[in-house]
Design a protein around this ligand. Sequence first.
Ligand code: DQA
Length: 171
Amino acid sequence: MTSPKATAPDVTASDVTVGARARILCISGPNLQLLGTREPDVYGRDTLADIHARLEQRARALGVEVDARQSNHEGTIVDWIGDAPREGVAGILINPGAYTHTSIAILDAVRATGLPCVEVHLSNPDAREAFRRRSYVAKACVARVAGFGADSYDLGLDGLVRVLARRSGAS
Ligand code: DQA
C-alpha cells in the first residue's frame, strides 16, 4: 500500500459544520477490490485500501466519521444500505461499480433510506461505452462525482458533508 496522498481540495471542518461526528457510509461495489491492478489506465494505481485511508484522513479533517466497505454482492450492498438509518448513518457515498448501470434494487434501497447519497466513479462513465451512460442509482442521488480517479471519493465526501451541513442549517 502506498501512503495516502494529500490531494483533497481545500475544505476544512470550519467551512462546513455537521452534527457531532456525523457518520458517513461509503460503499464500493463489484471488482473495486481489484483497484491497483485492474485496468490501471482507466482506474489508476491506487488500491481501495489507499482510497479508504485517504477518505478517513479527509473525514477527520471535516469532523465526520466514515465507514468504508466493499462488496461484490448486490444483496449485501442492499442490506448495508437498508440498515444504514438504524445504524445512525447521516449520508451515503457510493461507487456501485457495474451495478450503477443495472441495479434497480440499489436504487430502491437508497430511496427507501431517505438519506442523501452521492454517487462516485473513478472513471467518467459518460465518456466510455454507451451502456455505462445509464445510471439507475443516480436517480436516488443528490449528486455525482466522476472522472477524477481516486480523488472522486474525496471530492464526493466534501460535497456530501456540504449537503449535510446545509440540511442541518449549520452552514
Ligand atoms: C466505475 C465505472 C463503472 O462503469 C464500472 O463498471 C466500474 C467502475 C468507476 O468507478 O469508474 O466497475 O464505477
